[in-house]
Design a protein around this ligand. Structure first.
Ligand code: ATP
Ligand code: LTN
Length: 330
């Protein structure tokens, strides 16, 4: 059984990325001991919206180091950089030729992101789901852990796999998305109706995994709540507080009723102070490991191993695809 996922290296990952994605990869590593797990840095995906060269370089390396810093064990999980395995681009083009423009235009993420881009929407932003399908299908992935927002792309991947198999004969495994119910959506600390996002222009709303620890704690202390003053979990009327309770619950592995019981009769201040400490400790642990690895030879060795492992699997699959379709001489 194979599990595969990736994250785009745009800015530094946030506490939302950690709780909604990265930490789940670590859990899967423990839960599915026999699975073959591949986790990659989706750098080709990130250039669908043009990026500054040196920023991109830095973010790619940071994300790779953070995968290890949050607990991915390179002995169990193969970690690699997407653009270093050329077969991703190769299969992506082939899938573009087996999909329809209408299918791409229907993707919710394309609609949302293209509105934001105005006149400068790249062709790559439109064909992005074919690249994501290539990432998944190259490795016969059975399960793809993603957030709710990526479900539609995995469903499209299934359609493309089934279509290709019907047309050219059995070639690809049809994957399934793996979506966790809790921790799916961490909200901005300044605007709890919007999700915490790496590209949020307001840095106070978002905690990055590499934030200065004291600054991060202050962001929790200053998080927007409400003036009701009652410790309750009410997403509609107290969305800011509910978001903080979610973060607390996920980081400490305590359920919501137990948190409410613990802080019954106390003010937000005590609760926020404790949460600030918890967030601080989490970041400290991650950053200690990150600092150890970021400039080490070990990181390069891990990424080399990941690239070699992925390339072997991907090359085999591409050769099969060429044969099935009649490309090349063999
Ligand atoms: P961007 O702002 O660049 O679009 P993002 O921070 O929204 O980025 P993505 O790169 O789109 O994050 O997502 C990486 C992974 O993190 C996905 O699996 C996504 O579902 C998850 N994720 C992103 N933001 C959150 C959040 N606020 N809460 C929980 N999970 C999140
Ligand atoms: N599109 C995803 C990142 C991503 C991915 C993948 C996730 C690229 N390729 C393959 C799972 C499988 C995102 O923006 N979060």
């Amino acid at each position: 059984m194979r599990i595969l996922s990736g994250i785009q290296p745009t800015n530094v990952p946030t506490l939302g990325n950690y709780l909604g994605a990265m930490r789940n990869f670590v859990k899967l590593q423990e839960e599915y001991k026999d699975a073959d797990i591949l986790v990659f840095v989706a750098d080709l995906h990130s250039i669908t919206i043009p990026k500054d060269k040196s920023e991109l370089k830095k973010n790619i390396k940071n994300l790779a180091a953070l995968y290890i810093a949050v607990g991915l064990d390179p002995k169990k999980t193969h970690i690699f950089i997407q653009s270093e395995v050329k077969e991703h681009s190769e299969l992506s083009f082939i899938l573009e030729c087996n999909s329809y423009i209408g299918e791409m235009e229907r993707m919710i993420q394309f609609k949302e992101k293209s509105v934001k881009q105005g006149q400068t929407v790249t062709t790559g932003l439109l064909t992005y789901p074919c690249l994501m399908a290539a990432d998944i299908l190259l490795y016969d992935s059975n399960y793809v852990p993603v957030g709710e927002d990526q479900k539609q792309h995995v469903e499209l991947t299934r359609d493309l796999a089934i279509r290709f198999n019907n047309r050219f004969g059995e070639t690809f495994t049809v994957p399934e998305p793996l979506i966790r119910k809790s921790g799916a959506r961490i909200m901005s600390l300044q605007d709890p109706l919007h999700k915490m996002s790496k590209s949020d222009p307001n840095p106070k709303g978002c905690i990055s995994l590499l934030d200065d620890i004291n600054e991060a704690k202050n962001k929790i202390r200053r998080a927007v709540t409400d003036n009701l003053g009652v410790m309750a979990y009410d997403k509609e009327n107290q969305p800011g507080l509910a978001n903080l309770i979610d973060i607390y619950s996920l980081l400490e592995d305590i359920n919501v009723p137990n948190i409410l019981e613990k802080y019954k009769g106390l003010g937000y201040k005590e609760f926020k102070e404790d949460l600030a400490e918890i967030v601080g400790k989490t970041l400290e642990k991650i950053q200690t490991k990150y600092n150890e690895i970021i400039n080490s030879k070990e990181l390069d060795t891990i990424l080399d191993e990941g690239r070699e492992y992925a390339t072997t699997l991907a090359r085999k699959k591409i050769n099969k695809v060429h044969k099935k379709m009649g490309l090349g001489r063999n």
